[in-house]
Design a protein around this ligand. Structure first.
Ligand code: ARG
Length: 612
């Protein structure tokens, strides 16, 4: 099938031309095809002649001449030498029309690009009995979009929610709840979170305080107070450890209570995922507890291969290029977060046959993943059955900050919960939509409250998600609802609005898909041509975004498409076009733009309402 990607096609023909025209090493480089900055000069340019000329010590214009003469360009368009040795390329209308025909098909020109092995996306990773906060937003949203991109290309994706559901912190919460005599049946996640905090405070022994009080001959009151605190802290710790032992040995009542904590946590997490439009269900949960029986053998495997050494009673893996070892077993025999992650890779590659594992996790865990990946390379657990090496990568993201550039807090100074934040975004989105619905001639004039609420929800969620997805993930970003929710600028609602405007244009033009899908393409105006090129770049962007794990690229492409459409709409009247053929051609371009916007929004996990 014909390609619909002009840049790709040009790369192909120019690589051929360069190979024919130039001898030796110099011909091996990239054809350097770039979109033109100024469409007066052409649609694309080939910049390869400059580097080649430098390499062989020739005049770049001569090299450009040779390349152009040898390049079988005629099926795509024409070329012209310019400046010091650029080749400006103008695509022919017939080539563009063929490509548009391809993109107009049901799959929008996005062809399947399956892989031999599954891709594991490690996302969400919340901890049992702890409130989800805005940090978890990023892992869940970014991970879901990367998963959708791969799925769109027909790849097998396994979403793995590496739930923090094992270990002392949970036992602490459980024993605190028991001491408070709380009925586990009626608990919410907020209760659990509170119990967890209380448990942490209880366990924080102030030994130094007590010693200081003794040394400074503090009053007996103070010493008794501190002594009691310390005693109860010790008791709490012992109780938590006993609970952990009961849990580890499978005591039925303890396991049931533990399961209840997981259920309460997951109920809220999955509800949040539903509100966010993220594809995450209980089937995706495979918590740390899943690996609990493999931790001993994991450590043993490292010992047996001579890859782990004892260090003051603990077991560590050392690396040639750094001081910091990876601790895999504590001196008291306990296992760690890292041990679990090693066992998880073993399972994912060995049993799930993952050819790639992408960890969508906070940048503060960078060292952890670097160490885990290197330990895995050392022991060879990244080898697939057919001998190929699975790719392990960390999609690291920064923090979400308040407008004061500090960690996001509510007015009362507490950290925002994810739920509070989403409620706020939905309320603001709904206000925006209401405001418009009250204007005469607005497409939403007279819309039912129920529908307004649905649109408002879609807008609020898109605002939050787009802000999260559109930047470089490693950078911290400022959570500024006012900016995020605006219908102008680089925002989710702006893309949705562009889509909705086309929808109402098509309604006004009484243009059904079948009535315009046979219209002949026409793009004489520069703004039409720019729109066509923006549309045609979309399928390749999706592939690239999936391969690089970069939702940011999808946002960028959609933003550019929405902008190109706005320019086109300003410059080229659609319903009042000079003649029927032009009107139909412009309607057809509008329809195609709408379909691409809707597809892009869907890949970003956002709704595309027809009215806003
Ligand atoms: N529960 C961890 C945390 O909150 C995140 C888990 C990330 N995934 C992993 N395989 N380590 O920090």
């Amino acid at each position: 099938m014909a390609s619909c990607d002009p840049k790709f096609d040009l790369e192909q023909v120019f690589s051929k031309g360069i190979a024919m025209a130039i001898n030796g090493e110099a011909a091996k480089g990239d054809a350097q095809i770039k979109a033109s900055n100024d469409n007066k000069h052409g649609d694309f340019q080939c910049n390869a002649a400059l580097a080649i000329a430098r390499a062989v010590g020739a005049n770049p214009r001569d090299i450009a001449e040779k390349i152009l003469a040898a390049t079988p360009l005629s099926a795509l368009g024409t070329g012209e030498i310019a400046g010091p040795g650029f080749i400006n390329i103008r695509l022919s209308n017939s080539a563009l029309q063929t490509m548009l025909d391809r993109v107009s098909m049901d799959d929008l020109g996005i062809e399947p690009a399956p892989r031999d092995h599954a891709i594991v996306i490690d996302l969400c990773g919340v901890n049992v009995a702890k409130q989800m906060h805005v940090g978890h937003l990023r892992s869940t949203i970014l991970g879901d979009v990367v998963a959708r991109l791969h799925e769109r290309l027909g790849r097998k994706v396994l979403r793995e929610n590496h739930l923090g559901d094992w270990g002392l912190p949970i036992a602490m919460t459980m024993s605190a709840l028991k001491r408070q005599k709380r009925d586990l049946k009626s608990l919410t996640l907020a209760d659990l979170n509170h119990a967890y905090r209380v448990a942490q405070l209880e366990a924080a022994t102030d030994t130094a305080g007590l010693e200081a009080a003794r040394a400074h001959h503090a009053g007996p009151h103070r010493i008794i107070e501190l002594q009691t605190q310390q005693d109860s802290a010790l008791a709490a710790e012992q109780d938590a450890k006993a609970t952990l032992l009961r849990l580890q040995s499978g005591d039925a009542a303890t396991v049931a209570a533990w399961q209840q904590l997981i259920n309460v946590t997951m109920m809220e997490v999955l509800e949040t995922a539903r509100v966010l439009g993220v594809r995450l269900t209980n089937e995706h949960s495979r918590g740390e507890s899943f690996y609990r029986d493999q931790l001993g053998s994991t450590v043993q495997a490292f010992i047996d291969k001579g890859l782990a050494q004892e260090d003051q009673g603990a077991m560590v893996v050392r690396f040639a290029d750094r001081e910091r070892p990876l601790l895999i077993r504590k001196a008291d025999g306990g296992f760690l977060y890292s041990t679990t992650d090693l066992a998880a890779v073993h399972h994912r590659v060995g049993a799930l046959h993952a050819g790639e594992i992408l960890y969508v996790v906070d940048a503060r865990q960078r060292d952890h993943f670097r160490d885990v990946f290197d330990a895995i390379h050392l022991i060879g657990w990244d080898k697939l059955a057919n001998g190929t090496q699975a790719k392990l990568s960390h999609l690291a993201f920064g923090s979400v900050l308040g407008t004061d550039k500090k960690p996001l807090k509510t007015r009362s100074g507490e950290l925002f919960t994810l739920k509070a934040l989403l409620d706020e975004a939905i309320a603001r989105g709904t206000d925006q939509v209401k405001l418009r619905a009250n204007q005469t001639d607005s497409p939403t004039e007279g819309t039912s409250d129920q529908e307004i609420a649905a649109i408002g929800r879609a807008v609020g969620i898109a605002a939050v998600k787009y802000a999260d997805l559109s930047g470089d993930p490693i950078k911290d970003y400022v959570f500024d609802l006012d900016r995020m929710i605006a219908f102008e600028g680089d925002t989710g609602p702006y893309i949705q609005y562009a889509h909705a405007r086309i929808a109402s244009l098509l309604t006004k033009g009484a243009a059904t898909e079948s009535s315009i899908s046979n219209a002949a393409w026409k793009f004489d105006h520069a703004a039409e041509r720019a729109l066509v090129l923006a549309i045609l770049s979309f399928p390749a962007t999706i592939k690239m975004a999936a391969d690089l794990g970069s939702p940011q690229r999808v946002c960028g492409a959609l933003h550019e498409l929405a902008n190109s459409y706005a320019t086109f709409y300003q410059a080229c009247p659609v319903l009042k076009a000079p003649d029927d053929a032009t009107r139909l051609a412009r309607l057809r371009l509008s329809l195609l733009t709408k379909r691409v916007l809707a597809q892009g929004l869907d890949l970003l996990g956002m709704d595309s309402p027809d009215r806003m």
